[in-house]
Write a protein that binds this ligand. Structure first.
Ligand code: NAD
Length: 429
């Protein structure tokens, strides 16, 4: 089946590549000319494990291409995906202007029946507005359906998640559109949830907000553990073995970041308020998350006493491992706060340093963790890349001016760190 995907970011590029891997003929479109040029030259604009090989294979097979103009792919494809960004506005509401712009552009090229799929994460009732927007432009009698098909992939394991999702959610009551979507996802073995468009939109916001809530919950528990002299990792294990709770997302740390959880929790809370329900639980989820960063900063300040003039090494910049994405990464806020107090910052991340350069000033970027450690007064472990888990800690200790490790991700064993003679602080233990 011919598929057009508008918006070739993390979601659009991965979704399009996976559809092409399934045998569909995919055109990925983006209005960012530089991004399309990079893709056309065989390079990847983002880091995602395994993506370059899968893109190359499908481009070679003639099933995947990248263009800037949506006219022809929209006219030729029975299915058109909208996968543009829905970033937060200053008030926390989702900015839907990119969605609206694309809906208007698509409408001009509806030349036969089309299924127009909302892949981007949007507040409930957006589908209705997309439909209304397209209806205003399309010619008389030109049939189309709008479907919500939210995406659940995680950056860092996006290909695996998109190839083997836990479930596929298809929101539409149109039998015709359901048929097209079933054919598109014909190769997938997971459960397919057929629902209406509004329920599908809410599934995405509710699922992300629930996961964020689990993280904030265990972080709040960690703060109690720390004060009581308990160990949050053991508490989480004891909780997580209860199948009603489950062990995933019960890792205490510096809190969630990234381009999804913070904005999706805010957007879900905002749309709930607009609909007349005060979802205070979600406000608290966000508030705990923000507080968690401050608590960690305070620990660093206590450890150093005077921050001014100290050399602080930062291990990990991306918001999580296996990605180069720096959006809402806790490392950004931490570095800026410490710089404001007069610290000198050295940093290393296996993939995110070029994105970090665009967001942070006056950081000395290093080639590995050992260079970061050299002459540092304190090291902050901000992202739990495997590379850091496997460091030679004696070498790190010996390189530092003062062997102090602040572990924002509970990667290391406190007893082992004490044995090595490190000053070691982590979260909730
Ligand atoms: N990143 C994730 O892990 C993830 C996971 C699930 C859902 N989502 C959702 O998917 C959506 C996209 O997220 P993303 O991370 O891929 O964003 P992104 O910023 O990486 O990509 C969006 C792309 O859309 C392009 N774009 C914007 N306006 C356009 C237009 N008029 N025409 C063509 N292209 C246009 C941009 O240039 C950009 O390349 C968001 O709603 C997000 O919440 C993201």
């Amino acid at each position: 089946m011919k598929v057009a995907i508008i918006g070739t970011g993390y979601v659009g590029l991965v979704t399009g590549t996976v559809f092409s891997e399934c045998g569909h003929e995919v055109t990925c479109i983006d209005n960012n000319e530089d991004k399309i040029k990079v893709l056309q030259s065989g390079k990847m604009p983002i880091f995602e494990p395994g993506l370059d090989e899968m893109v190359a294979r499908n481009v070679e097979a003639g099933r995947l291409k990248f263009v800037t103009d949506l006219a022809q792919p929209v006219e030729e494809s029975p299915v058109v995906f909208i996968a543009v960004g829905t970033p937060p506005t200053p008030s926390g509401k989702a900015d839907l202007s990119y969605i609206e712009q694309v809906a208007r552009q698509i409408a001009r090229h509806v030349n036969e029946y089309k299924v127009i799929v909302e892949k981007s994460t949007v507040p409930v009732q957006t589908g209705e507005k997309v439909k209304m927007t397209i209806e205003k432009t399309v010619g008389d009698g030109m049939a189309f359906d709008v479907v919500s098909n939210p995406e659940f992939l995680r950056e860092g394991s996006a290909l695996e998640d998109a190839l083997n999702p836990d479930r596929i959610v298809i929101g539409t009551t149109s039998e015709r559109a359901r048929g097209v979507m079933k054919e598109l996802y014909g190769n997938f073995k997971c459960p397919i949830i057929m629902t209406d468009i509004k329920s599908a939109e809410i599934i995405k916001h509710a699922a992300n907000s629930f996961l964020a809530m689990k993280i904030s919950y265990i972080n709040a528990v960690a703060n109690v553990c720390e004060r009581a002299g308990a160990n949050v990792m053991e508490v989480a294990e004891g909780m997580g073995l209860d199948r009603r709770i489950g062990k995933n997302f019960l890792y205490a740390g510096i809190g969630y970041g990234g381009s999804c959880f913070p904005k999706d929790v805010d957007a879900f809370e905002r749309i709930s308020t607009e609909l007349g329900y005060e979802f205070n639980l979600l406000r608290e989820v966000q508030s705990i998350n923000k507080q968690q960063r401050k608590i960690f900063l305070r620990k660093v300040e206590q450890e150093l006493w005077i921050v001014k003039g100290k050399t602080i090494g930062v291990l990990g910049l991306a918001f999580k491992p296996n990605t180069d994405d720096m959006r809402e990464a806790p490392a950004v806020e931490m570095i800026q706060e410490l710089q404001a107090q007069g610290a000198r910052i050295k940093a290393y991340d296996p993939e995110a340093m070029s994105n970090a350069r665009e967001m942070l000033n006056d950081v000395e970027y290093c080639t590995d963790a050992y260079e970061v450690a050299r002459d540092a007064d304190c090291l902050l472990l901000m992202t739990e890349w495997d590379e850091f888990k496997n460091m030679d800690m004696e070498r790190i200790r010996d390189a530092m001016a003062h062997p102090t490790l602040m572990d924002a991700r509970n990667v290391f064993d406190p007893q082992e760190m004490i044995r090595l003679g490190m000053e070691y602080r982590s979260i909730g233990r």
